[in-house]
Ligand binder design. Structure first.
Ligand code: UDX
Length: 439
């Protein structure tokens, strides 16, 4: 384990990767252009919420294996292996991914690379990116061909980032030389020695594994949400349907949870960037189904707003709405493309008085949507509400007592946007309970 690693980009992916690689025994230098983020990480403070990560960060700062810096000079000097973990957000007004952070990283790093090293891309990118960047790297680097590129997509889920990084389902590496393969095999020995499968392939395939995995997951969620639409029309129960389907091994029960659908910094923008890239490659038809996947997903948010309005007798004007959840999913403070906030802002735009509570995402939500009201607890957010909406299924919301919560509201109306509550229990406590995909 001689390598010294750098991790460039210290967001959800990079900060987790840096801390976990240090935990495995490597010397790691984390790099980011955001000086504030670097200062916080250096002080042992995570700039986002991720269960279990902060102790690992602190432990490895204290033992000296992990440091952070804003200097690319230091990165080039320090590392034999450089992981690129910067973001690839959706371009404003387009489906395609914004590649400027990835491109800028290579442009900044390459001229400083004077000795043999491996640059490993982990960001989610359009297929063909690694090929393009490998040429740029060789052209800009004084080390020439000795500064090599590999692609190594990351599959971690927010909320389980530590577990997913230290014990991944699989490791995929896209390489063009035996040397690059050997370096990556060495780096990941702690995982492969525990039996984690490692798949070696070319650049393009490795890039495609990541986007097709996310496309599949998004499709699975939209499939069950399409069934929820049919269930609503046919007075059937999508949760029972999903349960029955899940016993078929070929289908499986994961990602078959019907509700408000997917959001976050990955699935929505990744399927759109994938469609955009397929268009460029002349195979847009192959992915036209992803348009429908996206459309089904967005329709769930609209349906949620409609259901809430129905419960209020047809209008939000002058009505109070308590919203439970702001993060795009539980165990995260990430509000990027959050279905919950989308619903909350639509209702406000239609004249509802909305108060939101989330156990971790309040600060982010308030910054992005200062126009919404915010509560200090679930009870505070639902105070005097005419309808309560459960939009992110945090455990503390699942565990709410319908009788106790009922004491705070003006009317006992609830829409369960995540099929997270027991309808019988809530109805028994006098609540008018509605849910997506259920009678
Ligand atoms: C996802 C992928 O899972 C991960 O492999 C990839 O690296 C990044 O994108 P993440 O964005 O952290 O990870 O969230 P994930 O747990 O996949 O959930 C995505 C969204 O789908 C959430 O909004 C969640 O609420 C929703 N979801 C998930 C459902 O609506 N139903 C389900 O059954 C599962």
């Amino acid at each position: 384990m001689a390598q010294r690693l750098t991790v460039i980009g210290t967001g959800y992916l990079g900060a987790t990767h840096a801390a976990c690689m240090a935990e495995l025994g490597y010397e790691v230098l984390g790099i980011d252009v955001d000086a504030d983020k670097i200062a916080r990480l250096s002080a042992g403070e995570l700039p986002f919420y991720e269960p279990g990560l902060e102790p690992i960060l602190r432990r490895n700062l204290e033992n000296g294996r992990l440091r952070f810096s804003t200097s690319y000079d230091e990165a080039a000097e320090f590392g034999d292996v450089h992981f690129v973990c910067v973001g690839t957000p959706q371009k404003p007004g387009e489906y395609a991914a914004d590649m400027s952070y990835v491109d800028d990283t290579i442009t900044a790093l390459a001229p400083r690379l004077t000795r043999a090293c491996l640059v490993i891309g982990k960001s989610t990118v359009p297929v063909g990116t690694a090929e393009r960047l490998s040429r740029r790297l060789a052209r800009l680097s004084p080390a020439g061909d000795l500064a090599e590129l590999a692609w190594n997509p990351e599959f971690l889920r927010e909320g389980y980032a530590v577990e997913d990084t230290l014990h991944p389902d699989r490791i995929v590496i896209g390489v063009e030389s035996d040397r690059a393969e050997k370096v990556l095999r060495d780096v990941y020995t702690p995982m492969t020695s525990e039996g984690v499968p490692l798949i070696v392939t070319d650049y393009a395939t490795s890039e495609l594994v990541k986007v097709s995995a996310n496309a599949f997951l998004a499709t699975k969620i939209s499939f069950i949400n399409a069934m929820a639409e049919v269930c609503e029309a046919a007075h059937a129960d999508v949760t029972k349907l999903s349960e029955a389907l899940s016993h078929d091994d070929r289908i499986g029960g994961k990602f078959l949870g019907a509700g408000l659908g997917f959001g976050g910094g990955c699935l929505p923008k990744d399927i759109r960037a994938f469609m955009a890239r397929a268009g460029e490659l002349g195979v847009d038809q192959a992915l036209s189904f992803l348009r429908e996947v996206d459309a089904i997903n967005i329709r769930r948010r609209i349906r949620m707003v409609d259901l809430a309005r129905e419960l209020l007798g047809g209008s939000f004007i002058g009505r109070t709405v308590g919203v439970l959840g702001a993060a795009f999913k539980p165990n995260s403070d990430d509000i990027r493309d959050s279905p919950a906030l989308d619903v909350a802002t639509s209702i406000r735009a239609q004249g509802g008085q909305v108060t939101v509570f989330d156990p971790q995402a309040l600060e982010n939500a308030r910054r992005a949507h200062p126009e919404l009201g915010y509560g200090t607890s679930a009870q505070d957010a639902v105070a005097d509400a005419h309808v309560v909406l459960l939009l992110t299924e945090w455990k503390e919301f699942r565990d709410l007592d319908p009788e106790e919560l009922g004491a705070f509201v003006a009317e006992r109306n609830i829409v369960d946007g995540r099929n997270a509550l027991d309808p019988e229990r809530w109805r028994a406590a006098g609540w008018h309970y509605r849910a997506l995909g259920r009678p």
